[in-house]
Write a protein that binds this ligand. Structure first.
Ligand code: GUN
Ligand code: ZN
Length: 427
């Protein structure tokens, strides 16, 4: 699909629910019972106004009774785990050995990678996700297929070649020089592609499967080209132990990433469950972000992430499905699991906060908070139209059903930068 934008302004009519990028006071969301979302040239939002006859003179697409809202953002998802979702084969390290590594090895076959890449983008579109931050496998060809599929689907995405050069099966192990050369090539090809909708991320899998020299070279590449970084941190106690055994020169897990240069203001650290106060302080100082993956944490029994540790230090928190450890591509499941996670720790998160977390909050944490995440003038028009049962009315009811009863609400349409991407327009 071409990534150019609609030529003339048009408006979409519907109910409208959006977070506010900078809420002045009171509610962090805005709800309009009958609204016009006016999208101009280049796919930018020009106006969000209550509907009135004659308020807009151009073409109006009436999507009522659907609710227009920002597309969901999944800040942590594994493309090559699309087909092993729900594999309950143990806690993190056993699950990686038994379920993940054998499947990821299959992605050396580019035909297989292409097939699954189309399934992956189909799952994102069906769930109302318009932006993903994705891990590929360690195979450059598969990573190229992933980017092609994202471009073809018209999705916004940040994705990277998974780097690992030790403690993993031979089929997935790529020596440093080869891996860094491949990452550089992929970055040249895809970083900024599709008119800026795509970005390439430096993606060391996690400290146990990466040598110090690999991580140092990866950090250098990120710094040379201003690339985002994504990895995992402190998800599971056995993983933390393995990290410190493997990297005895570091004082703790975060120090591994810090000393090699990966702890930047563009770093997205997934999980962050078993972190010390010192590690949280360093993450805050480095202005890195943490990606909360609550559904995955329940499924693998990894533990409960303490949101308060992040919030008290103003560490940005994104939300991730972490499929295949997460059990659904649907970010509504992640919001619901984030509620459960907080409840286990004695905190009852307001539903509006959960909605903000999966949209504006995640956009802020991944560095796109001025571009997407809310439906407000000046933002790019990444939005979805969600259909609820007739009986569901009003802001509170809609939010409750959206987050806690997602099966009652269907994603009817998705747009990225004003361009329809779901259902797929005819070629
Ligand atoms: N840590 C290292 N690799 C992975 C992975 O694929 N999934 C999760 N949840 N944690 C990891
Ligand atoms: Zn993960």
């Amino acid at each position: 699909m071409s990534s150019s934008s609609p030529r003339s302004p048009r408006a979409y009519r519907g109910r409208l629910l959006t977070p506010l990028a900078a809420p002045a006071s009171g509610s962090p969301v805005r709800f309009l019972d009958d609204a016009l979302l006016v999208v101009g040239e280049g796919g930018l939002i020009e106006q969000v106004i209550p509907f009135s006859p004659g308020a807009f003179r151009g073409l109006v697409l009436d999507l009522r009774p659907a609710v227009l809202m920002p597309g969901f953002i999944d800040a942590h998802v594994h493309f090559p785990q699309t087909r092993i979702i729900g594999s309950a084969s143990g806690a993190l390290l056993d699950w990686l050995e038994r379920s993940v590594f054998p499947e990821e090895a299959r992605f050396r076959d580019e035909g297989y990678a292409e097939l699954v890449a189309a399934e992956f983008t189909g799952c994102l579109l069906a769930s109302g996700t318009t932006t993903c931050v994705a891990f590929s496998s360690s195979c450059p060809g598969a990573t190229d297929r992933l980017f092609r599929a994202l471009e073809h689907a018209g999705l916004r995405g940040i994705a990277g070649l998974t780097l690992m050069d030790q403690n993993c099966p031979e089929a997935l192990c790529v020596p440093r020089d080869e891996a860094i050369a491949a990452a550089r090539d992929l970055a040249q090809r895809w970083h900024g592609a599709a008119a800026g909708l795509l970005e390439f991320a430096i993606t060391p899998r996690f400290a146990p499967t990466c040598s110090r020299r690999l991580m140092e070279s990866a950090a250098q590449l990120a710094s040379d080209h201003g690339l985002p970084v994504q990895t995992h941190v402190a998800e599971n106690p056995a993983e933390v132990e393995a990290t410190l055994r493997e990297h005895p020169w570091a004082r703790d897990y975060v120090d591994v990433y810090d000393r090699v240069g990966l702890l930047t203001d563009r770093a997205l650290l997934a999980h962050g469950i078993h972190l010390s106060p010192r590690e949280w302080d360093r993450i805050a100082e480095a202005r890195s972000s943490v990606v909360h993956c609550p559904d995955s944490n329940f499924f693998l029994g990894s533990g409960r992430m303490r949101l308060g540790d992040a919030r008290s230090r103003a560490v940005p928190v994104a939300l991730g499905s972490d499929v295949g450890a997460g059990r659904s591509f649907d970010m509504r499941r992640s919001m619901s699991s984030a509620f459960d996670n907080a409840l286990c720790l004695g905190d009852r998160l307001p539903v509006a906060d959960l909605f903000v977390m999966a949209t504006q909050g995640t956009a802020d944490a991944i560095g796109l908070g001025r571009t997407i995440g809310s439906l407000e003038p000046g933002k790019e028009a990444d939005f979805i139209a969600v259909r609820f049962p007739e009986r569901v009315q009003g802001e509170a009811d809609l939010l409750n059903h959206l987050v806690f009863a997602p099966e009652t609400a269907t994603v009817r349409r998705s747009f990225v930068r004003g361009r329809p991407i779901h259902p797929r327009p005819p070629e």
